[in-house]
Design a protein around this ligand. Structure first.
Ligand SMILES: [Zn+2]
Length: 391
């Protein structure tokens, strides 16, 4: 396979540089939408040789694809509209992701009893509801691009107003602003962060939550994500907006990056701001970009299993959806430990609980390494003569 010729009109959407290193393998991969639907191959994965951002190249074609994805977006469609739960690797029902993030934030930073929160891209209000339950003295606001969930969001105790349109037009300032799974979708991430900095009160906090592509290579395949982060890469982008990063971790929620930054207006923070100054850690940037080669290896590992009479994929999220598309729908069944999903179907095929997997079946654990190890141990412990293969 030869590398696609660089498109001179495509530039890095963080720093503007045209010097992009393109992935050779990526155009052959099927993709997945962030609401977990299969999506056709296409698009480009690149690493900016100037600033280090790992990115899906933002072109008019990419923007059109992202618009199509958002027009038919189904929020948390696999769990009937309720918020995704997070798992600690021990199985069971998990807990809402938002509660875990808020608890971790409160342990890391002192939050007052009362304050004003703005949640950018608040969706159906999952994060705002959790905040209202856990810190009820706060006044809450959100933004969205349409009024689809307005009624739901307005019913949250303490909720003040849902805003549409540009961040800079929102009246007032805030003590905390949150961006939960938003920044990776934004083709001008630095511009948004700078606008949010200006909406923070002095000493106010920005919380940014994104997928950790350094821990979970499958997230490189999400068609509507245009920036791919790990803790040091996200910290570098947030710092470039002039905020002071206080936390950059992937320990709050498995497979996710959490960055917290404070507005401290000082000459140093102002001097750090601006696109020409951005230099993300080079070794980390190269490591995250190398995920494209890891994905090619994963396809090689799953290929020998496809001829098996009973072949299944563990998982029903991004990774399993991608591998099923990439292998032409080869899975006879999916396996999940999430009780909200077992008994249902995924692409017309059954989602089995582990104890219901047929004896002697081959199961590929379509999860990043941080989760696939414990899952494979539990599957093997079932004693059903399963061939369990991990990425
Ligand atoms: Zn760049």
């Amino acid at each position: 396979m030869t590398a696609p010729s660089p498109n001179p009109t495509v530039t890095c959407h963080l720093c503007g540089s045209p010097d992009l290193e393109l992935s050779v393998a990526y155009p052959s991969f099927h993709r997945v939408t962030s609401d977990c639907k299969a999506w056709a191959p296409g698009g480009g994965l690149a690493r900016c040789r100037t600033c280090g951002l790992v990115q899906t190249t933002v072109s008019p074609a990419w923007s059109a694809e992202a618009d199509r994805i958002y027009q038919s977006y189904t929020i948390y469609h696999q769990s009937g509209g309720t918020e995704q739960r997070v798992f600690d690797g021990r199985g069971g029902a998990g807990r809402p992701r938002s509660e875990q993030i808020i608890d971790a934030l409160r342990q890391a930073e002192r939050l007052p009893e009362r304050g004003r929160l703005l949640d950018i891209g608040c969706g159906n209000g999952g994060f705002l509801s959790a905040w209202s339950r856990l810190i009820p003295g706060w006044t809450l606001a959100g933004t969205e691009f349409d009024a689809k969930y307005q009624r739901e969001v307005e019913s949250i105790p303490g909720f003040e107003r849902l805003h549409f349109g540009e961040v800079k037009d929102i009246p007032g300032t805030f003590d905390v602003i949150t961006l939960i799974h938003v920044l990776e979708h934004i083709p001008s991430p630095l511009g948004l962060l700078q606008q949010l900095r200006d909406k923070l009160n002095p000493g106010g906090l920005l919380l940014v939550e994104v997928p950790d592509c350094g821990q979970n290579v499958f997230m490189l395949l999400v068609a509507d994500h245009c920036s791919h982060f790990s803790p040091p890469l996200l910290a570098g982008v947030v710092a470039a907006s002039g905020l002071q990063v206080t936390q950059a971790t992937n320990t709050w929620v498995t497979k996710e990056v959490s960055v917290v930054a404070r507005r401290i207006d000082s000459p140093a923070s102002c001097a750090a701001a601006g696109t020409s100054a951005i230099r993300l850690p080079a070794a980390e940037s190269a490591r995250v970009f190398a995920g494209e080669r890891e994905l090619a290896r994963i396809v090689e590992r799953v290929t020998p299993l496809l001829g098996r009479a009973q072949f299944g994929l563990f998982g029903t999220a991004i990774a399993a959806t991608w591998l099923d598309a990439q292998t032409g729908g080869a899975a006879r069944f999916f396996v999940d430990e999430d009780l909200n999903r077992t008994g249902k179907t995924h692409f017309g095929r059954p989602i089995l609980a582990p104890q219901d997997v047929p004896c002697g079946a081959a199961v590929f654990v379509a999860l990043p390494p941080v989760l696939s190890g414990p899952v494979s141990q539990r599957l093997r412990a079932l004693g059903r003569d399963l061939e369990v293969v991990v990425p």
